[in-house]
Design a protein around this ligand. Structure first.
Ligand code: MN
Length: 321
């Protein structure tokens, strides 16, 4: 049996489906699983599954350390920036680590499709899942448009399907993530758009987000939102506030995400010259916070009692104090 271990996001799920379809065609028995949502380690459950497998295929998992001590043949396919893995019995496929441009390979699905010379809608779903609409303006954009135009779906239906496949991880539904691979294999894209469970998931997510937005003051330049949710909705909330509602900045805080606090800070892209988000991330990392992001967005996970310290540093950065 071959075990496919994949990321819990849309790219990971579609990458696993691309690999599984090849194995099915070869008549090879396979199973799939995903590490605990949000945790970049292999828990005991996965380690046991790996022990039982003859070979392992890791897809879209930015955790090259999993190879250490594996003791069986593996294929590691990724598109994250990494030092290339050179180890016995490990086949490593990552064009980005070999020096190719991340724009050419927006997702792990793209790497797999390129490697197999087989492209389909899953290749596109993974790329849009990872890069959003921006992927149309990359070197991969042309091919993505071609695949979409040959498919039965419109562009907006494809974005809808990406949200649907992504819904399980937002709701922290581990089994939902793992079952999604079989769903892709067994149903056509049109049928998937009618997947009852995913439709209900999206409704639950929308309701949770609406609840959070009820408390905001539309006059604020920097909107502050505080809530408690077991769902991983914080990045969607930050995007909605800036991209859809037009706020210049948002600080969103989930005070109790499975015992930890999450903070997301996003600014309007027009403000990236004024507000130094990279500098803020550096300051937080210097203080041992688990912070990461880009020029217009930043996320932190920390113990709840330290969240006010983060919040005041974010405000200082936004108001350039
Ligand atoms: Mn990916």
């Amino acid at each position: 049996m071959i075990l496919i271990v994949h990321h819990w996001d849309v790219d990971g799920i579609c990458s696993a489906a691309l690999i599984a379809r090849e194995l099915i065609q070869e008549g090879i028995e396979w199973k799939n699983c995903s590490p605990t949502i949000g945790k970049f380690i292999l828990n005991e459950r996965i380690k046991k599954k790996i022990q039982k497998a003859e070979r392992v295929i890791f897809v879209d998992l930015n955790m090259p350390h999993v190879i250490k001590g594996l003791l069986k043949p593996a294929l590691f396919i990724d598109h994250h920036i990494q030092n290339p893995i050179r180890e016995k019995d490990i086949t490593y496929i990552n064009p980005i680590a070999e020096g190719r441009s991340p724009d050419e390979f927006p997702s792990a699905t793209w790497v797999i499709s390129d490697w197999l010379s087989k492209w389909n809608l899953w290749s596109v779903l993974g790329a849009i899942g990872d890069k959003g609409g921006a992927v149309f303006h990359t070197p991969a954009g042309q091919k993505i448009r071609e695949i979409i135009s040959r498919s039965d779906l419109t562009e907006s239906e494809i974005f809808q399907l990406v949200s649907m496949i992504n819904s399980s991880q937002i709701l922290m539904d581990q089994k939902g993530v793992e079952d999604a691979v079989s769903a892709l294999l067994h149903f056509t894209p049109i049928e998937l758009l009618g997947n009852d469970k995913w439709i209900r998931n999206l409704e639950v997510i929308e309701k949770e987000i609406e609840k959070v937005f009820m408390s905001i003051n539309p006059e604020d330049e920097l909107v502050e939102i505080e809530f408690r949710s077991q769902y991983n909705i914080i990045s969607r909330i930050a995007r909605l506030a800036v991209w859809k509602l037009g706020f210049n900045g948002i600080i969103a805080v989930n005070k109790d995400f499975w015992g930890e606090a999450q903070l997301y800070f996003r600014i309007n892209p027009d403000l990236v010259k004024r507000v130094d988000v990279h500098g803020l991330i550096r300051k937080l990392v210097d203080k041992n916070f688990n912070a990461g992001g880009k020029e217009d967005v930043m996320g932190v996970v920390c113990p709840p009692e330290r969240i006010d310290e983060v919040r005041s540093m974010v405000k200082d950065a936004f108001y350039e104090k």
